[in-house]
Design a protein around this ligand. Structure first.
Ligand code: GLN
Length: 283
């Protein structure tokens, strides 16, 4: 079988299995077994796969047909131009979360704080904390997660990418040493209403950790916690930058509607849906 045949047949199989973007997925999987970047495959399109490559591809395709996320099969996901290790213990980093990282960096650029102290609340793979530490080298970045398995992945990513992040294991602010005060807190917390999880795509429902998805009955539990607990951990004038689910903007604005919160701003993702909130504590 040649590379181009492998891509065509793989793509057809994935399409039949209901996989979104089947051609892209087939190219990623073929590229992985050949150890060639997807975009260079065209140069090798007539090359024959070895038996080992063919068998490895069969295994990849079988897993993807069973709707395992392509990032789990490859073991990596791209976020903000860097490769992160991922496995079933962490949420696969999403492109919309890159927009939260971007907004956070813009917020830092617009502020007069030279060496900001930041927190990533529920760091998962570490994608936000690590990106902030690398893009804003004057920042000291802390990250907390309740899952020891997730934190292990985040630490592997931080050391592979040489990102100076201080990790804390435990349930939110209770896991942090007293006395820390942040200029900003970012979070992409679990926000799916519990009863909606069963209806998600199999890639998410069966492979992202439940702990990273389930935001309680209305999906708002972590925002309520942040609204009441974060002010004590923020410096005067500090801010919170949050991702939330499609349709939750009004709930978020209500939850963060009272003192000491002020200056709420909502941003949309690339599909035009309101998905992020930035809000300040009184200065
Ligand atoms: N902060 C991580 C991310 O944005 C993990 C989020 C989560 O597990 N809910 O991908």
């Amino acid at each position: 079988m040649t590379v181009i045949e492998a891509i065509q047949q793989g793509s057809a199989r994935l399409e039949n299995a209901g996989v979104e973007s089947p051609r892209l997925n087939a190219e990623l999987l073929v590229g992985d077994v050949l150890r060639i970047h997807r975009l260079s495959l065209v140069l090798d399109s007539r090359r024959e796969l070895t038996t080992e490559q063919f068998l490895a591809l069969e295994e990849h395709l079988r897993r993807r047909e069973a709707r395992e996320p392509v990032q789990h099969i490859l073991g990596t996901a791209e976020f903000y131009g860097r490769e992160f290790r991922v496995n079933r213990h962490v949420l696969v980093p999403r492109p919309e979360t890159e927009l939260l990282a971007e907004w956070t960096l813009q917020t830092l650029a617009a502020s007069s704080v030279e060496a900001p102290c930041l927190l990533d609340f529920g760091t998962g793979s570490g994608c936000l904390a690590i990106t902030l530490a690398l893009e804003q080298s004057t920042a000291s970045v802390h990250a907390v997660d309740i899952s020891a398995e997730a934190l292990a992945v985040a630490k592997v990513n931080a050391s592979a990418l040489k990102a100076p992040v201080t990790f804390h294991l435990g349930d939110g602010f209770a896991a942090l040493p007293g006395g820390l005060q942040f200029d900003g807190i970012v979070s992409n917390p679990p926000y799916i209403p519990s009863r909606e999880i069963a209806g998600l795509d199999p890639e998410v429902r069966d492979h992202d950790p439940l702990l990273a998805l389930d935001g309680g009955a209305e999906g708002l539990e972590f925002y309520r916690r942040l609204a009441t607990e974060a002010p004590a951990w923020l410096k005067p004038g500090g801010w919170l930058a949050l991702e939330f689910g499609d349709g939750q903007a009004a709930d978020l604005l209500r939850i963060f509607g009272g003192a000491p919160w002020r200056g709420a701003e909502v941003r949309k993702d690339d599909t035009g849906r309101e998905r992020m909130l930035r809000i300040f504590v009184a200065g």
